[in-house]
Write a protein that binds this ligand. Structure first.
Ligand code: TRP
Length: 326
């Protein structure tokens, strides 16, 4: 089975954007690939943070991932810092990565621009990401558009290491991006991509009455002012969420009722909430189970880390031998 690796920041509980944009796809992939999913806490310590807060966010992310449907019997879920070889390989790859390539990364440029003093870790972020992937010699990496440039760099690093140390052998496969089909999910403000930093998220585990409090005032078609104005579904953020949560027949009905002013926006949002309850209800249920049995989360992460440490040891044995590190 081809191997897939992906990573997610320990940002705490998943939100609907992470779920629809990435994790839902991971849940599908676990049935047809050897999947390794990593909570990237080494990446998360770049920049200011509170240690206790990181601990909590990592634990919450683990609960969210398992609740969302990652099954520890079908895939491997682990925390990056439980496998220190990530940092060892990152150091090694740093020695063959040109600074120019790192300075060219759009994410680095964006972030560095907004900071007074830039730490070396921010520049080297994509090298650690390359190490994550190459350590397991993964063939594919499910990512969003924003990570394609980082992945291209991982491929270059793999090629370079192979050429220099593996005597032309393809020891590190060049990891291919598996672009997620889901379009990016906008926040309920309809202005920006759903993200924690924008404060426009709906939590995956948020109780449905709280979800409704956010949904009710959420932005719809800005041209639809009165209840009797016909709406334009395609420009409405709520309509796009219907596509994610409701079956095609419902989506079609929603479009008709909106464009004929048969429904007001509140009617439409109620149908969306029903769709969300159908899809997310079982996830809430699993999260409740996991919260009642924290040992299950700990065990899953420990088993995941055991497997990854064994794979990492194997890779690093070869890498050290080839590089003359005795
Ligand atoms: N940089 C990725 C993000 O912010 C997270 C990540 C770290 C990752 N290591 C990875 C993704 C390896 C894919 C593969 O989303």
């Amino acid at each position: 089975m081809p191997r897939i690796f992906s990573g997610i920041q320990p940002s705490g509980e998943l939100h609907v954007g992470n779920y629809l944009g990435a994790v839902k796809n991971w849940v599908e992939l676990q049935h047809s690939y050897d999947c390794i999913f990593c909570i990237v806490d080494y990446h998360a310590i770049i920049g200011a943070y509170e240690p206790d807060d990181l601990r909590r966010r990592t634990a919450d992310m683990a609960v969210s991932l398992l609740a969302a449907g990652l099954d520890p019997d079908k895939c491997t879920v682990f925390v990056q810092s439980h496998v220190p070889e990530h940092t060892e390989l990152a150091w090694i790859l740093n020695t063959i990565t040109p600074i120019g390539e790192l300075e060219r990364q759009t994410q680095f440029k964006d972030k560095a621009q907004r900071q007074e003093s830039v730490v070396a870790g921010l520049l080297n972020y994509p090298v650690l990401q390359a190490a994550d992937i190459l350590l397991y010699r993964a063939d594919g990496v499910p990512v969003g558009e924003d990570q394609v440039q980082h992945l291209e760099l991982s491929r270059e690093i793999a090629r370079k290491w192979n050429a220099r140390f593996a005597r032309g052998e393809d020891f590190f496969p060049e990891p291919k991006p598996l672009l997620t089909a889901t379009r990016r999910v906008m926040g309920l403000d309809g202005q920006a991509k759903m993200s924690k930093s924008m404060g426009n998220t709906v939590g995956l585990l948020e109780p449905f009455d709280a979800v409704w409090e956010k949904l009710r005032p959420a932005v719809t078609d800005p041209k639809r002012v009165r209840r009797t104005d016909p709406g334009t579904p395609e420009v409405c953020n709520i309509y796009h969420l219907h596509k994610a949560f409701n079956p095609p027949e419902t989506v079609e009905h929603v479009a008709t009722m909106c464009s004929t002013a048969g429904w007001g926006c509140i009617d439409c949002k109620k149908v969306l909430l029903e769709g969300m309850k159908r899809e997310l209800g079982p996830i809430h249920e699993r999260a409740r189970e996991l919260s009642a049995h924290p040992d299950r989360v700990r065990d899953a992460l420990a088993t995941g880390a055991d497997r990854c440490r064994a794979l990492a040891r194997e890779t690093m044995g070869y890498v050290r031998e080839r590089m003359g590190l005795v």
